[in-house]
Design a protein. Structure first.
Length: 184
């Protein structure tokens, strides 16, 4: 496991441990849920890197964590859910510069605004990242939902109350994105 992957897994495990230290009543199956959370975070991290490498020929690396802390830093987001044996909400949040470069890579032209072609790409990338992560998990009975797109400078994404949110920042030569996952 690379240093950045190891650090990511360590950070997720530390957050989970802090959550359980402060909880009054820990469910008996918390170990399995925590393990699934770590597996999903790792699958999303690997999927994000893999999708951009395969589809755009870009190396995407772990970015600065502070980039994901502000909910208003991004220009467009794709939301997708996992249901069934694993329940999670995934938000893939993009800076417009990255989306414009990705549109050029996919479609051969560089847009100047967040129009229909760019919004379609947000949905496609979200679906590919979520679907690839689902396949990497190899858990039967998991269903991937359809992506929903939210756009506009400073838009806000609110996860359901009670979900543990893990933010995965990424950066490449073309801009930044953040993958967020909320699980019980």
């Amino acid at each position: 496991m690379s240093n950045s992957k190891s650090a990511l897994v360590d950070e997720v495990m530390e957050r989970i441990a802090r959550k359980h230290q402060s909880a009054n009543d820990i469910p008996l199956n918390h170990g399995l849920a925590d393990e699934m959370h770590v597996q999903l975070v790792q699958a999303l991290s690997d999927s994000t890197r893999g999708i951009f490498a395969t589809m755009c020929g870009w190396e995407v690396s772990t970015g600065d964590c502070s980039m994901c802390n502000s909910n208003n830093n991004f220009d467009a987001s794709g939301l997708i859910s996992l249901s069934g044996a694993l329940k999670a909400t995934i938000a893939v949040r993009f800076k417009k510069e990255l989306l414009f470069a990705a549109t050029n890579s996919f479609l051969g032209f560089t847009p100047t605004q967040l129009g229909p072609d760019v919004m379609d790409l947000v949905g496609e990338l979200t679906n590919m990242i979520g679907g690839n992560a689902k396949e990497r998990l190899s858990i039967t009975g998991v269903v991937l939902g359809l992506p929903t797109i939210v756009a506009g400078e400073g838009h806000y994404i609110a996860f359901d109350a009670g979900l543990e949110i893990t933010r995965l920042p990424f950066h490449c030569d073309h801009g930044s994105l953040c993958v967020e996952v909320g699980m019980n």
